[in-house]
Write a protein that binds this ligand. Structure first.
Ligand SMILES: Cc1cc2nc3c(=O)[nH]c(=O)nc-3n(C[C@H](O)[C@H](O)[C@H](O)COP(=O)(O)O)c2cc1C
Length: 156
């Protein structure tokens, strides 16, 4: 007898934050929980600028983001994108981006999200979102983000 076993979609959340257990950490956990409840296999990894990101090749979907500090994407994620093999392994990946910040959303779209996008080659961007600190702490915001990601993933 042959069995047709389909493996679940694999999602990796790549993030950084200067605060441990801060609003970004809680948001990441809420995003991960929502992805898992949608049937995905989920892992998360806090980025290091000198990390080896070869393991990202194993994943079908990448959620990536970080807070803004002093106008810049948190340094370990930004450093990983510009100095490690992360940019290489993200080539052509299906990816959802977010930044967390205190600035108004239009400013964040103009100044902060491009700091992530300029380091991506040929990505399939499923979602790109800006979250305020209040939204990071709102379970509905994480659920809405994941809904957008899943819908876009299923369309691609
Ligand atoms: C030291 C510091 C600098 C910040 N600089 C900025 C900034 O330049 N622009 C902005 O929009 N938000 C800025 N913020 C707001 C943070 O991006 C926001 O509060 C974020 O949710 C913090 O995430 P965390 O709790 O994981 O550290 C700053 C926050 C801190 C603590």
């Amino acid at each position: 007898m042959t069995r047709n076993i389909t493996r679940p979609t694999r999602a990796i959340i790549l993030y950084d934050s200067k605060s441990s257990g801060g609003s970004t950490d809680r948001f990441i956990d809420a995003v991960g929980k929502n992805l898992a409840e949608s049937g995905l296999y989920v892992e998360k990894a806090r980025c290091k600028e000198n990390g080896d990101f070869s393991f990202v090749e194993e994943f079908d979907l990448v959620v990536m983001g970080a807070p803004i500090y002093y106008l810049l994407v948190s340094s370990q994620l930004f450093g990983a994108l510009s100095r490690s093999n992360l940019k290489q392994v993200l080539k052509g990946k299906k990816i959802a981006l977010f930044v967390a910040c205190g600035s108004p959303e239009p400013m964040a779209h103009l100044l902060y999200l491009p700091q992530l996008k300029m380091n991506l080659e040929n990505p399939v961007i499923l979602a790109e979102r800006v979250f305020s600190t209040d939204q990071l702490n709102d379970p509905a915001a994480a659920a809405d983000f994941v809904g957008q990601i899943i819908t876009a993933y299923e369309r691609t």
